[in-house]
Design a protein around this ligand. Structure first.
Ligand code: PLP
Length: 383
């Protein structure tokens, strides 16, 4: 067999960190539901484990799999995406430091920075990350990180990762990429110059809408050590069972995301031709402003499609309430299709801020059902 790091993505998704259990031969790694580990004499740790906040074999298996898929040197699994973000920001920033973030960052990320960490002295500037002059102008001597989501939630804007990494590094800052929407199957930011990848594993990595989790992956071993220290010291770790659920789901990430992409592309084309729709935001469409960059840094355009209604907010709310197969719910990335109104739901916390989203916007998380059924559902909801 070839070395693991030479194997393809799907092979690593199934095998990295997931060898059959040496004790029993179980093909699937066990869920190690234990808080603590017997010591053979004081300090005599078997396998290095002493307490499950500090280390757990199921969570370690997930760490290994995530590091392999993102092509990083260290991965850490957290209780949620926001817990991962909080640990990262409080590891790399001190009071008086500054972060540049996309003008359309996820509302929860914006809330964490603008409402929670700002109270501890973190400063921030939202900018359009697709405008390199604006990004350069926003950098300060105290800027520790550029925080980028590409594709972004919910406007599906695209940022050139390699170019933004250059701007960050010129200023001595880190480039953090939230890779939740693309997943490592479609895009591997660390290979393009990013320093840290953030995930809400709640989404495509978990894939079945049954686990809330987060992850950090880095290509910098020293930063990985500091993050691992705070992972334990701050304690926002993923539970063994949640780790196992994500690990189980990684095995099918590639086939799921292929289908998400194919269904989303059909739906974007359908919406483009629909008279009730004013515009469709999907990076796979040739006239999307970020199409060329997306095509160069992603191997597919993802399963998220947003669109704006000609008749404004009321029309957007009605579509959300009329669909039957698309369930009206927050979140994304599961096998089932979801619909939501970002302005009133996922991004309500950005209301009144520079990150407020348009009121006529609807966001779809396109699932892996038969696409003809999804099209029938959207047609009846739009008519
Ligand atoms: N990043 C993005 C792009 C998200 O969409 C979300 C949640 O929706 C998060 C981070 C936060 O993740 P979690 O909800 O797992 O805390």
């Amino acid at each position: 067999m070839s070395r693991l790091d030479e194997q393809g993505f799907n092979t690593r998704a199934i095998h990295a960190g997931q060898e059959p259990d040496p004790a029993t031969g179980a093909v699937i790694p066990p869920v190690h539901l234990t808080t603590t580990y017997k010591q053979d004499g004081v300090g005599g740790l078997r396998g290095g484990y002493e307490y499950s906040r500090s280390g757990n074999p199921t969570r370690d298996a997930l760490h290994e799999a995530l590091a392999s898929l993102e092509e990083g040197v260290r991965a850490l699994a957290f209780a949620s995406g926001l817990a991962a973000e909080d640990t990262l920001l409080r590891t790399v920033c001190r009071s008086g430091d500054h972060v540049v973030l996309g003008g359309d960052a996820y509302g929860g990320t914006f809330r964490l920075i603008s409402r929670v960490l700002s109270e501890w002295g973190l400063e921030y500037t939202p900018v359009p990350l697709d405008d390199p002059d604006a990004v350069r102008a926003a950098m300060r001597p105290t800027t520790r990180a550029i925080w980028c989501e590409t594709p972004s939630n919910p406007l599906l804007n695209i940022t050139d990762i390699a170019r933004t990494a250059e701007i960050a590094h010129e200023a001595g800052a880190l480039l953090v990429v939230d890779n939740t929407f693309a997943s490592p199957y479609l895009q591997r930011p660390l290979t393009l110059g990013a320093d840290v990848v953030v995930h809400s594993t709640t989404k495509y990595l978990g894939g079945h809408s049954d686990v809330v989790g987060g992850a950090l992956v880095t290509s910098d071993a020293d930063l990985g050590e500091r993050l691992a220290y705070n992972h334990n010291a701050m304690g926002a770790v993923a539970s063994p069972f949640d780790s196992w659920l994500v690990l189980r789901s990684l095995k099918t990430l590639g086939v799921r995301v292929d289908r998400h992409c194919a269904n989303a592309a059909r739906i974007a084309e359908f919406l483009l031709d629909h008279p009730a729709v004013a515009s469709v935001l999907y990076p796979g469409l040739p006239d999307h402003p970020g199409h060329a960059v997306a095509a160069s840094q992603m191997s597919g355009f993802g399963g998220m499609v947003s669109f704006r209604l000609r008749d404004g907010e009321d029309a957007a709310l009605k579509v959300c309430e009329r669909t039957k197969l698309f369930t009206l719910a927050e979140s994304l990335g599961g096998v089932e299709s979801l619909i939501e109104h970002p302005g009133r739901m996922t991004h309500a916390s950005a209301a009144g801020s520079p990150l407020e989203v348009p009121a006529d916007l609807v966001r779809l998380s396109v699932g892996i059902e038969d696409v003809e059924d999804l099209l029938v559902d959207l047609e009846q909801a739009l008519s």
